[in-house]
Design a protein around this ligand. Structure first.
Ligand code: GLY
Ligand code: MN
Ligand code: MN
Length: 440
C-alpha cells in the first residue's frame, strides 16, 4: 500500500456515498499479462482498482455495497498457499485483506461464483466498467440474467448497469496532497534523468544507449519502470510521433527528441526535451526551437484556475501559426490560418492531457459539451511540438527533418500552476550551458 490506509478508505467512502443505497460496484484487478510462453510481464495493478484498494495482487475483485451490513467493502482475493508463495511471494489472504487492507470482509477469489450473485440480488444498480475483462463481463451478465429470470418468483434483481468510470474518474482527476507529493517526486526523478542525458549524449551514440541512461538513472532512484515506452528520436525520427524503435545512431548536427518518464509507486511522469546531439543548436534548429518554446510558455501562462481546458492549446497554436507565417512556412492571414487549422501538418497533436496514475490519465475534458474549467489539484502536461518531416512540400529545405517537442508536467494551484518538471532546462542557453559541461 503506497499511500496511507486512511486515504484509500476516504476514497471508498466517497464513492459509496455517491453510489447511494441499492447499488453495488464490482471492480476487478488487472489480469496478469503474458509476454511470451510462460514469461509474464511484471505485474502492474489496474489504476482504478488500486486507487480504491491499495491492493497490488492479481486475481482479486473488490465489491462495494453502500449500507450493506455488516460489510460494505468486500475483497475477494487469493487464498494463502505456502507452496505457491515460495515461488512468487507472499499473499495477503483473507485475513490480510481485512487486517492490512481494511476490507470489512474477504473471501477466496475461487468462491466468487458462489457468493457474488447473492450479493447482487438485492441491488437495483450495478456499477461496473464493461470491456476491461471479457471473462468477468460475461460472468456478471450471466449472474444478472439469472437473477432477472428468477424475477417471476418475486426477486426483483438489478435493473440497471451504470459505468463506474464517471464517478471514479472524476475523483481521480483531483489529486490529493499525497498524490501530488508522488507526482512531484516522479517528475523530479525523470527530470534528473533528462539532465543526465543532456550531459551524456555525443555524436555516434545510439538512441537506445540514451534510453538506457534514462532507465538507469530512474531505476537507481527507485523508479524501476517507465510510465510508457521511451521515445528517443534523433534527426528526422523525431517527426514520427510514437517512434519507439530507438535503434539509430545519433548524428552530429542533428537534434534528439527524448520523451521519457518514470512511474513511481504507480504515478506517472511524462517529460519531453529536444536538444542538439553535439551540444549546439544550428540556426534553423534554434529558430524552430524558440518558436516551440514560445508556444509552450504561452500555453503554460493559461494554466490557472478558472481557465478552460482548451485555453493552453489555443494559446499554443496561435503562437505557432503566427511564427510559421513569419518563417514563410505558412502563407496567409493568421486569423484565417487558425480557422483552417493550417498548422496541423506541422503540429499534429494536442497540447496536453491529464496526468496521474495513468500517463494519459482519466477524467473528462468536456462537461456538457463545454471545455472543462481548470481547478486546483488537477495535473496535466503542456507539450506543444513542431515537426517538419523531410520532403515537406512547399517548405524550404532548411527546415526539413527537424522535430521538436517540449513537455512539462504541471499542477494547477490556487494561484496558477506549479511546473513539476522544472528541473530540466529548456531555454537554449541553459541547455547549451549544461551540455558544455559534458563528460567527453
Ligand atoms: N509520452 C506520451 C505523451 O507525451 O503523451
Ligand atoms: Mn510525453
Ligand atoms: Mn504527454
Amino acid at each position: 500500500m503506497v499511500l496511507s490506509p486512511k486515504e484509500y478508505r476516504r476514497r471508498r467512502q466517497r464513492l459509496l456515498r455517491m453510489m447511494g443505497k441499492g447499488s453495488i460496484a464490482i471492480i476487478p484487478a488487472a489480469p496478469v499479462a503474458v509476454r511470451n510462453r510462460d514469461v509474464e510481464y511484471p505485474y502492474r495493478p489496474d489504476s482504478d482498482f488500486y486507487y480504491l484498494t491499495g491492493f497490488a495482487e492479481p486475481e482479486a475483485v473488490a465489491v462495494l455495497i453502500p449500507g450493506r451490513k455488516p460489510a460494505e467493502y468486500v475483497l475477494f482475493c487469493r487464498e494463502r498457499d505456502p507452496e505457491k508463495e515460495r515461488w512468487s511471494g507472499e499473499r495477503a489472504g483473507q485475513q490480510g485483506a481485512v487486517e492490512a487492507f481494511a476490507a470489512d470482509d474477504s473471501f477466496p477469489i475461487d468462491d466468487l461464483e458462489d457468493i457474488l450473485p447473492n450479493m447482487l440480488e438485492p441491488c437495483q444498480r450495478v456499477y461496473y466498467a464493461m470491456g476491461a475483462d471479457a471473462e468477468l463481463d460475461r460472468r456478471v451478465a450471466e449472474w444478472v440474467g439469472k437473477i432477472r429470470r428468477k424475477g417471476r418468483s418475486g426477486i426483483s434483481g438489478p435493473l440497471e448497469f451504470i459505468a463506474l468510470d464517471h464517478l471514479l474518474h472524476d475523483m481521480r482527476l483531483f489529486k490529493s496532497r499525497q498524490e501530488v507529493a508522488l507526482l512531484r517526486k516522479a517528475a523530479r526523478i525523470s527530470a534528473r534523468a533528462h539532465r543526465r542525458l543532456m550531459r551524456t549524449v555525443i555524436p555516434g551514440m545510439y538512441e537506445y544507449a540514451l534510453e538506457a541512461e534514462f532507465q538507469h538513472e530512474c531505476a537507481r532512484q527507485g523508479a524501476r519502470f517507465p510510465a510508457y515506452p521511451a521515445i528517443v528520436g534523433g534527426g528526422a525520427n523525431a517527426c514520427i510521433l510514437h517512434y519507439i524503435d530507438n535503434a539509430a545512431p545519433l548524428r552530429d548536427g542533428d537534434l534528439v527528441l527524448v520523451d521519457a518518464g518514470c512511474e513511481l509507486e504507480l504515478y506517472a511522469s511524462d517529460i519531453t526535451r529536444t536538444f542538439p546531439v553535439n551540444g549546439r543548436f544550428s540556426e534553423a534548429q534554434r529558430t524552430l526551437y524558440e518558436l516551440t518554446l514560445q508556444a509552450q510558455l504561452a500555453a503554460l501562462a493559461k494554466v490557472r484556475p478558472g481557465n478552460h481546458w482548451n485555453e493552453p492549446h489555443e494559446a499554443a497554436v496561435r503562437v505557432v501559426t503566427q511564427g510559421l507565417v513569419e518563417l514563410g512556412i505558412l502563407r496567409g492571414k493568421v486569423a484565417a490560418l487558425l480557422r483552417e487549422e493550417a498548422y496541423k501538418p506541422y503540429y499534429v497533436h494536442r497540447t496536453g492531457h491529464w496526468l496521474g496514475m495513468d500517463v494519459h490519465d482519466v477524467g473528462d475534458y468536456k462537461v456538457d459539451g463545454q471545455w472543462r474549467t481548470l481547478e486546483p489539484g488537477m495535473v496535466l502536461t503542456v507539450e506543444p511540438g513542431l515537426y517538419i518531416p523531410p520532403e515537406s512540400k512547399g517548405v524550404a529545405k532548411r527546415w526539413w527533418g527537424i522535430g521538436i517537442r517540449i513537455e512539462d508536467d504541471v499542477l494547477v494551484t490556487k494561484e496558477g500552476h506549479e511546473i513539476l518538471s522544472a528541473e530540466v532546462p529548456k531555454r537554449v542557453e541553459e541547455i547549451e550551458r549544461l551540455m558544455a559541461r559534458r563528460r567527453r
